[in-house]
Design a protein around this ligand. Structure first.
Ligand SMILES: Cc1cc2nc3c(=O)[nH]c(=O)nc-3n(C[C@H](O)[C@H](O)[C@H](O)COP(=O)(O)OP(=O)(O)OC[C@H]3O[C@@H](n4cnc5c(N)ncnc54)[C@H](O)[C@@H]3O)c2cc1C
Length: 487
């Protein structure tokens, strides 16, 4: 049984350099051995957040006989040069944005556990960074969501009211005001109608992943091969799977697909479930002499501006800003971003959007002369039903997937990878770990049902373009999850 004869979705060679990638880590282009190994216990495809976090948890969770497992990570470009090295650095759990939609589709518990899982991820990442002493600028902040247009402000209030009425415990962390005077004073955003805040994090994601890689490589159990795109994954009767690259073939019993937006290149059954879509992000600085003249940011932001565009923003400790988004600007120009893996070019329709953005948006920034110092694009894996796909690939024993984070992987991947690692280790022992024991929200479980639903749907894109009013039959619900909010 062939998984793929040809990979249609390979990363381009010359992706734009993001602000983060401009400071290359010593392991960026690392190859543990000059030739790729012939055999490995586990092969992970992709050295982004998902691939590296999976390797980390496999080593952490793999005790006893599993302690001797070796892992090969095959990465098409440099380590963490995909979405993880190009994102906004915003670790922002979704407390109310998509949650009402998930509740409508699958019930209160299934929807709420997504929010609870994302909050738990944030704390688990903070702990891992502290335990492992990884220098990656992690900061705990309040994320301030600001709505400056009536439609989004009204929707935000409706979502907030709905979740408060459901008495969801985690909502106690939220501050909410729909008084425009208060919203503007609290957020510092001109014309704010509604402001919301809750606990979130900011970080330097590339440094986090490279820091983890350094720890993994030091164990001697992980072989990293950068600049080694995987071209196909074929069943091999004796040795499990033959994973072919331009530099030769590696055999393994277990293969993990952590290639995000590119995943359908090797798993074509996901072609309509996970679609590569581009996003844009920038780094903004003000001239040295103006530093300290604008109000200091101690919060991160998610903004729905009055021109109906939305953006996310994190402050950096040096006073500079990372800001990206503006999807609404380029949405009508599908050829510029949709089904597109070319992160070597900007998105024309929004490449100028962040010029003067700080001056337009924030009180006190008008005279700072803040300018875009760096701008780049990256490829995300947009999901047909907004949820990632995590778990065993249906009908392909020994193959696993962790992909389709819908531009929102930071508060999902860490514990998603931990749960997946437990599944992989159980599979090693010839056991099947029930998904309800992985600690991953049930809505994230990959399944034939979700694959078929996307393939069968007449609406071209499900949630992706916001056009498909997709009817999602309730997924089989297992009630054994044991989420406990910290609040
Ligand atoms: C501009 C932008 C801004 C974002 N901002 C945020 C944010 O602020 N907060 C947030 O939560 N999320 C954000 N995201 C999304 C977030 O970055 C992703 O969800 C997350 O990084 C996904 O991690 P990953 O490991 O799955 O994917 P990636 O980091 O893309 O890793 C996949 C890796 O697989 C490799 N690969 C692909 N095909 C092959 C192959 N055939 N062989 C070998 N290797 C292969 C790629 O080269 C890549 O390195 C943003 C994304 C972008 C693009």
């Amino acid at each position: 049984m062939a998984s793929s004869s040809r990979n249609r979705y390979l990363p381009v060679k010359n992706g734009l350099k993001s602000f983060w990638l401009k400071q290359p880590h010593e392991l960026s282009d690392h190859r543990s051995t000059s030739t790729i190994p012939e055999q490995s216990d586990i092969i992970i495809i992709g050295a982004g957040y998902a691939g590296v976090a999976t390797a980390y948890h496999l080593l952490k969770e793999g005790t006893g006989a599993a302690a001797g497992l070796n892992i090969t990570i095959l990465e098409a470009r440099g380590a963490s040069s995909g979405a993880t090295g190009r994102n906004g650095g915003h670790l922002r759990p979704d407390l109310y944005g998509h949650i009402p939609k998930y509740i409508d589709r699958a019930g209160v518990r299934a929807g709420a556990e997504v929010a609870e899982f994302e909050i738990e991820n944030m704390w688990a990442i903070k702990k891992a960074i502290e335990d492992e002493k990884i220098d990656c600028d992690f900061t705990l902040v309040r994320c301030v969501d600001v709505y400056c247009n009536t439609k989004d402000a009204t929707n935000a209030k409706a979502s907030y009211d709905k979740l408060v009425a459901l008495e969801l415990d985690y909502m106690k962390d939220m501050f909410f005001t729909a008084d425009p005077k208060e919203a503007e004073a609290y957020s510092g955003v001109k014309g704010a109608l509604v402001a919301v805040s809750f606990t979130a994090g900011t970080m330097f994601p590339y440094k986090f992943i490279l820091g983890l890689l350094k720890i993994l490589l030091a164990t001697g159990k992980v072989n990293l091969q950068t600049h080694t795109p995987v071209l196909s994954v074929e069943r091999d009767e004796k040795r499990g799977y033959a994973v072919s690259t331009e530099r030769g073939t590696v055999y393994a019993k277990q293969v993990v697909h952590a290639s995000n937006g590119y995943v359908a290149g090797l798993l074509p059954e996901y072609e309509r479930n996970i679609i590569p879509c581009k996003g844009i992000c920038t780094h903004i600085e003000m001239p040295e002499q103006n530093r300290g003249t604008a109000p200091l940011f101690t919060n991160s932001y998610s903004l729905a501006n009055d021109d109906n565009t939305s953006s996310y923003l994190i402050p950096r400790l040096d006073g500079s800003i990372i800001v990206g988004g503006s999807r609404q600007k380029f949405r009508p120009f599908k050829e510029q971003w949709y089904h597109n893996v070319d992160d070597s070019i900007l998105i024309d329709a929004s490449k100028d959007h962040y010029e003067e953005y700080m001056q337009r948006t924030y009180r006190g920034w008008e005279k700072t002369d803040a300018k875009v110092s760096s701008i780049w694009t990256g490829v995300m894996g947009y999901s047909f039903d907004s949820n990632p796909h995590i778990g065993s690939v249906p009908s392909k024993p020994g193959q696993f997937i962790l992909a389709g984070f819908n531009g929102h992987g930071m508060p999902v991947i860490w514990l998603g990878a931990k749960g997946l690692a437990k599944m992989i280790l159980a599979d090693q022992r010839g056991e099947k770990l029930p998904f309800s024991e992985t600690g991953i929200p049930r809505l994230f479980q990959t399944s034939q049902l979700r694959i078929d639903r996307a393939q069968a749907n007449k609406e071209e894109d499900g949630d992706i373009l916001g056009t498909g009013q997709i009817f999602l039959p309730k997924l089989p619900i297992h009630e054994t999850h044991t989420w406990k909010s910290r609040l």
